[in-house]
Design a protein around this ligand. Structure first.
Ligand code: FES
Length: 375
């Protein structure tokens, strides 16, 4: 194991991925492709203990996500306990299953913040991308959230199939009274990587979308903050993934496996502890999984001698593994990476005018089992 470079501070964020169950089937879902292998879920008591231990460690923000966290019928209990412990609480949801009664219960539990995801400004694309009929329902949920005085925080994943609608997406957010809109270009992991040929926009599409967003930013500056997140493939710079490995985020997956990001479990040769067997203190400070890629000591060339190594920490370990089959490699989005050709080829493919004719793969437990050879 490599020694971490600096003393380890506490996690800021505890991310509770309370379930992988989800009524939607998004083609860009960040859940691991093999999520169906991990169907077990922690009990309410286990989650309550995790919340408690996370707060003792020093975490100040707690995000409830999934899958769709609303499918846990103990969510109110978990939110209330998180709030009682002093966390700032955040629910990350598609809104499917959110009723007036449930929202009232979340309000009573003290929930601070709801992030509602939308797929598009049109019913056709929303319903197509999620394989559901949920467009109107999401609009209603937006109104219900707003009516209870929460800030309206919307998130839309941007890709080739909706990037041309960006102006209408911003208009829709404005009509719903959004105070904050995150236009997050798809990151190509998990399901989005499977569908990358169909989802990745061309440079010109991206340039236009950014220009339209800038116009709207100026027009709505008084009432909405808009964040446009450029895909790292196009930026040509590795990102400081998760703000540094084991630096800010501690993610607990539905079955209790603790990881520094959503998908680290797939990395070969690493062992990630389960919170049913280990305390969060052990997980964060002692475990091999959390220590392995902390700091810069693990790096090989070209990262080891790179002047930016303290800025980007070599980029994303999961992306290095997915694209270069080597989790120790420089993130292939970096032009200095010996594996950069994988990213260059994907970008080149996205420049072709004709859309890919490959069928999209929708996130679904059956598909997950097929893809990991269980069917
Ligand atoms: Fe796992 Fe970037 S997503 S390190």
């Amino acid at each position: 194991m490599n020694a971490p470079a600096a003393p380890i501070g506490p996690p800021m964020w505890l991310l509770a991925e309370v379930t992988y169950r989800c009524p939607l089937h998004c083609v860009f879902c960040y859940n691991p492709v093999d999520f169906a292998r991990h169907e077990d879920e922690l009990s309410t008591d286990d989650w309550l203990r995790v919340l408690h231990e996370g707060r003792e460690l020093g975490a100040v923000q707690c995000g409830f996500s999934g899958g769709e966290p609303l499918l846990r019928d103990d969510l109110e209990v978990l939110i209330a306990e998180a709030r009682r412990l002093g966390y700032y609480t955040n629910l990350i949801t598609s809104g499917v299953g959110l009723t007036e009664a449930r929202l009232d219960a979340f309000k009573a539990a003290g929930l601070d913040h709801i992030q509602l995801s939308f797929q598009d400004s049109s019913r056709e694309i929303n319903d197509f991308l999620t394989h559901t009929r949920t467009f109107e329902l999401k609009q209603r949920v937006g109104e219900m959230i707003k009516a209870r005085g929460w800030p309206m925080v919307m998130n839309v994943v941007i890709h080739r199939l909706n990037i041309e609608h960006i102006g209408r997406i911003i208009e829709m957010a404005d009509a719903l009274g959004a105070e904050y809109l995150e236009l997050a270009n798809a990151q190509y992991y998990s399901w989005a990587l499977l569908n990358r040929d169909q989802l990745m926009p061309s440079r010109e599409q991206l340039r236009r979308a950014e220009a339209v967003t800038d116009e709207w930013k100026a027009r709505l500056a008084e009432r909405m903050r808009i964040l446009f997140v450029v895909p790292d493939y196009h930026e040509g710079k590795p990102k400081k993934c998760m703000n540094g490995w084991g630096n800010v985020f501690l993610t607990v997956t539905p079955d209790g496996t603790a990881q520094p990001c959503h998908t680290a479990r797939m990395l070969p040769g690493l062992d990630f502890p389960n919170v049913q067997e280990h305390s969060l203190r052990h997980v964060w400070f002692e475990s091999e999984g959390f220590n392995h890629y902390r700091g810069t000591g693990w790096m090989k060339e070209p990262c080891a001698s790179c002047e930016d190594k303290e800025k980007d920490y070599g980029g994303c370990r999961c992306q290095a593994y997915l694209l270069a089959a080597d989790p120790d490699a420089a993130d292939p989005v970096c032009p200095k990476s010996p594996h950069h050709e994988h990213v260059a080829a994907a970008l080149e493919q996205a420049e072709t005018a004709a859309p890919s004719t490959k069928p999209l793969i929708f996130r679904d437990p059956k598909e997950s089992r097929r893809l990991c050879g269980q069917d």
